[in-house]
Design a protein around this ligand. Structure first.
Ligand code: CA
Length: 359
């Protein structure tokens, strides 16, 4: 049977019912109307596109039986409150990044990304074939929320700085927007770390509330205009594979018929993968124009002294934070073990291939 041939499926049900099999139900035609809240504004490509793609696919594949309305942050006004809104049932779903609520629940943090952690292919392998999905559901269980990978940015750039960073002392006292575990590392290195909603990043930098910030990569950053104020653009270390999350109210999910559940899960997985490739294309496109269109941008890599201090702080923080949560400890250990194994293969395959092709 063709996957998308829902019209003929309905006709078959009708004919069977007319033939006298009254036990066949028409409940399948019930329309479910859902709402999803996003951390992102209405034009923030590719994050918001992922959500629309998911909702469009669900509508098509269910022949209109599951319709999901997308509310961007300008509508619900609470970009970082989306987990609570799904928990509370005001929204059926959300799309965000789980490191945004590390202050409330640090156990969900590693499912976005970890500094010096896995690359996107390694991390997807961990999610789907290395136990990651099971650990993620375990972390979200207390919120009565289901979580699914929601799109990956790939390796992110280390951020925009007003001045060049040459020594550890240059970092001290800088006001920087950098979320997740990396934010904790930067705080340990003496920065004043804060998180700012995506829609307020440029203004905060312009007004001096921030001296530096990291956002994503050239595909998303250049459009924001950060380079006009902070021209030093550092390569990444802190978010090697940032995975966004779809969050679903568990009770509402269980109320869906099995076929709609399968459609929703499939649409989330496909739209997540689509975001990864869309963002890759956007970044490749922007990067190819940097030298000609934005000659004032200075591409830099953090000096070894700083990278070493970041790695040391990362290890100390992992040990410190893991003490209070067996689940966080289990998750980080699972990631590190998988990374060790997968990295051997990444080096043998991608790294050596690229290295040989640079000659
Ligand atoms: Ca980022």
């Amino acid at each position: 049977m063709r996957l998308f041939n829902f019209k003929s499926t309905k006709q078959v049900i009708g004919v069977v019912a007319l033939a006298g099999l009254s036990t066949i139900s028409f409940a399948k035609d019930k329309v479910y109307t859902w709402k999803i809240a996003t951390t992102w504004g209405p034009t923030l490509s590719p994050f918001i596109d992922t959500v629309h793609n998911m909702a469009d696919m669900v509508k098509e594949m269910s022949n209109g039986r599951l319709v999901i309305r997308v509310d961007a942050s300008n509508k619900h006004k609470s970009p970082f409150g989306v987990l609570d809104m799904v928990k509370g049932g005001q929204y059926d779903m959300a799309h965000s990044a789980s490191y945004y609520w590390k202050g409330k629940d640090i156990e969900t943090l590693p499912f976005t990304t970890m500094p010096f952690g896995m690359t996107a292919p390694e991390q997807y392998a961990w999610f789907y074939y290395g136990g990651g999905m099971e650990l993620m559901q375990k972390a979200y269980k207390k919120h009565k929320v289901l979580s699914y990978p929601g799109g990956n940015t790939g390796n992110q750039m280390g951020g925009w700085f007003r001045k060049e960073i040459k020594t550890l002392d240059d970092l001290k006292g800088l006001k920087m927007r950098i979320p997740g575990f990396a934010g904790e590392i930067m705080a340990k290195l003496g920065l004043a770390v804060t998180n700012v909603a995506p829609g307020e990043l440029y203004t905060s930098l312009e007004r001096g509330a921030l001296d530096a910030l990291e956002w994503v990569g050239p595909g998303m950053d250049i459009k924001m205009g950060f380079h006009k104020i902070a021209p030093y653009y550092y390569t990444g270390w802190h978010e090697p594979a940032t995975e966004l999350q779809f969050l679903v109210n568990e009770k509402k999910f269980k109320k869906l018929p099995k076929d709609l559940q399968a459609i929703l899960v499939t649409a989330m997985k496909l739209s997540a993968y689509d975001m990864y490739i869309q963002n890759y294309a956007m970044s490749a496109d922007s990067w190819s124009k940097i030298a000609t269109d934005y000659p004032k941008i200075e591409i830099k890599t953090f000096p070894t002294e700083i990278m070493d201090a970041m790695k040391k702080a990362n290890k100390e923080l992992i040990a410190e934070k893991s003490k209070d949560s067996p689940l966080l400890k289990e998750t980080i250990e699972s990631q590190l073990n998988f990374q060790k194994k997968a990295r051997e293969w990444t080096i043998m395959s991608d790294y050596l291939y690229l290295k040989d092709n640079l000659k």
